[in-house]
Design a protein around this ligand. Structure first.
Ligand code: URA
Length: 261
């Protein structure tokens, strides 16, 4: 999808500003720098943004989204993204899922987990007895990791990209105050904890993120690649622990999902 002319101009402005910040005596004269700053700020700074500390959770999330605007912290990602993918769901959710970063579909739609892996996540959420709209879904990284020209697919977000973006996720979590967090995959877990993890070591037990119970489980994309009952059951057992923690009723049928017949 082609970027809108204004977004293109903002991307170019971000690039130019990044260059100027690295080299203040860069190629553009000061007047150009000032007008680029104005262009970026016009889009990045919200008009009369509401404070993120007052109001309902929905209003505070909206204010945070406005504050993030067209974030330019990672100019290389600004250049390649179509949309910044903030998050979706119920601001009052008791359960929040955290993925690693938007993929191609999410970048186009501006919503997390809408591609194949997202459709599987939605099925998992529904098997748990929730609607997708009743939980909250966000990623550690709000922009799609850029790919080398001509290459399709996704790359893992870099540690420094996740560290740059993490404060936004933390503020989302602080506003939503979910009773449980679920990290989808080792990269999401690494983004939250700031250190690499091995999924088989961390899944299936409780961790804590800023005092909130955190469950780690396999990314749905992993389940799409490994369709064995055993792997599906592992994810499901993690979700049963989450349901127990939330005090949700669990039917005998739910307890038996993905067990060998
Ligand atoms: N994978 C993720 O981690 N997040 C998305 O939004 C989509 C795929």
């Amino acid at each position: 999808m082609n970027k809108k002319p204004f977004d293109q101009a903002v991307s170019l402005a971000c690039d130019a500003l990044a260059g100027l910040r690295e080299n203040p005596a860069g190629p553009l004269p000061r007047a150009s720098h000032a007008s680029l700053e104005r262009l970026v700020n016009a889009k990045a700074a919200p008009i009369a943004a509401a404070p993120t500390s007052t109001g309902s959770k929905a209003e505070r999330l909206e204010a945070l989204r406005a504050e993030i605007g067209d974030c330019c912290k990672c100019p290389h990602l600004v250049k390649s993204r179509s949309n910044l993918v903030f998050g979706v769901g119920d601001p009052e959710a008791r359960l929040m899922f955290v993925g690693e970063a938007p993929g191609a579909d999410e970048d186009l739609m501006g919503e997390p987990f809408v591609g194949k892996a997202g459709q599987l996540l939605t099925k998992i959420i529904e098997a748990m007895g929730f609607q997708r709209s009743e939980v909250y879904i966000a990623n550690v990284l709000k922009c799609r990791p850029d790919m080398p020209p001509g290459e399709s697919g996704n790359r893992k977000p870099r540690a420094e990209e996740m560290a740059t973006c993490l404060p936004f996720l933390i503020r989302q979590i602080e506003i939503i105050e979910p009773q449980c967090l679920v990290a989808l995959g080792a990269t999401a877990m690494e983004g939250l904890l700031g250190e690499p993890v091995v999924m088989r070591d961390v899944r299936g037990r409780w961790h804590s993120f800023k005092g909130i119970p955190l469950m780690a489980t396999y990314h749905p994309a992993y389940l799409l690649r490994n369709q064995s009952l055993t792997e599906k059951r592992k994810v499901w057992e993690d979700m049963l622990l989450v349901l127990e923690r939330l005090g949700e009723p669990i039917s005998a049928r739910q307890r038996g999902f993905f067990l060998p017949k």
